[in-house]
Design a protein around this ligand. Structure first.
Ligand SMILES: [Mn+2]
Length: 325
């Protein structure tokens, strides 16, 4: 029995299927969810994608007119689904306000590639070696439907593109190239996808500029740290999503192993941390010590408190990892 036969069996039995991504849904989350929804609908399943918030503007193209999509609010009336599938969500808490809705289905399934001990589905398909959840979705759908439709393929390509940083991160492996080669041979030039993700608003460039002016270096310049307060966003005329990619950008500095980008959250005392590393620090481990999570080379956490005390703790942990305290 190959690894997807159980998932295929469970999906085949269900007539109605709800699909969940993590909140703050990114390209891989939405790509996985809609690729799955499109193919399940083609199989005649009743499907609905449930989101925690409106999609980011640049990701809206991953949704599909033919797929029911609901931005869920607690208390909203919904039908009871035969099966719920959570994609790209390491922990139950990543489902945000939709956790109860997810659990309310007769059977639950998780498909993911984050480091996590929370196997919250009745069925769990998890492998941290998958560069993107879309890699798993490609393999599952190949088993489930055979020939994957162009609409689903483009979404899978996008999820792989974004989670590998445009085929640049260390997770870009043979499987990534084999799958995307198949998609390119079907669909031809997909450079418009990279244009979507490379394009930066003026606010974003101004925000990057402020972050660069505020960056600090630690541990023989192997760690770079930058913090942006709400005022910085206002000054730059930037919105929250404009800070995306900033941690990855700072990691590109020569000699740097680990980049830390912190921004003030929406709630009082809330700080959102993004960590990236090149080869030494396991940032998933660091993030986990702050109740966050992610991957070895890209992780994050949310902290409640003041920036200075968080920074002190974080730097201590980074220092210990770098053996440089
Ligand atoms: Mn992912």
């Amino acid at each position: 029995m190959n690894s997807w036969s159980k998932a295929v069996e469970v999906i085949n039995k269900a007539r109605s299927i709800s699909i969940f991504t993590h909140y703050d849904a990114d390209g891989d989350a939405l790509g996985s969810a809609f690729a799955l929804a499109i193919e399940l609908k083609r199989l005649g399943k009743e499907t609905c994608v449930f989101l925690d918030e409106e999609m980011q503007k640049k990701l809206v193209f991953l949704s599909s007119k033919g797929i029911d999509t609901v931005v869920y609010e607690v208390g909203m009336e919904t039908r009871r689904f035969d099966l719920s599938i959570a994609v790209d969500s390491g922990d139950m808490k990543r489902l945000g306000k939709r956790a109860e809705l997810f659990k309310s289905a007769a059977v639950t399934m998780k498909i993911d590639h984050h480091i996590s001990k929370d196997d919250f589905g009745d069925y769990n398909f998890v492998d941290t070696k998958w560069a993107a959840t879309c890699v798993a979705i490609w393999e599952l759908l190949t088993e489930l439907v055979g020939e994957i439709s162009d609409e689903a393929a483009i979404r899978i390509y996008t999820g792989i593109y974004t989670d590998t940083g445009g085929f640049k991160h260390s997770n870009t492996d043979e499987r990534v190239h084999l799958i995307t080669a198949k998609i390119l041979s079907k669909l031809g030039d997909l450079s418009y996808i990279s244009r979507i993700f490379q394009e930066k608003s003026k606010g974003m460039i101004k925000l990057y500029n402020i972050a660069v002016s505020k960056m600090e270096f630690f541990f023989n310049e192997r760690v770079v740290y930058a913090y942006l307060a709400k005022e910085d966003f206002e000054k730059a005329g930037a919105i929250m999503e404009d800070s995306e990619g900033l941690a990855t950008y700072l990691r590109e500095i020569e000699g740097v192993d680990t980049s830390v980008f912190i921004r003030q959250g929406d709630k009082e005392d809330e700080l959102k941390a993004s960590l990236r590393s090149n080869e030494i620090v396991d940032v998933a481990e660091i993030a986990a010590s702050f109740n966050g999570g992610g991957h070895k080379r890209a992780a994050g956490f949310t902290y409640y408190g003041d920036e200075q005390s968080m920074k002190k703790m974080l730097l201590e942990r980074l220092g210990r990892t770098l053996n440089d305290t």
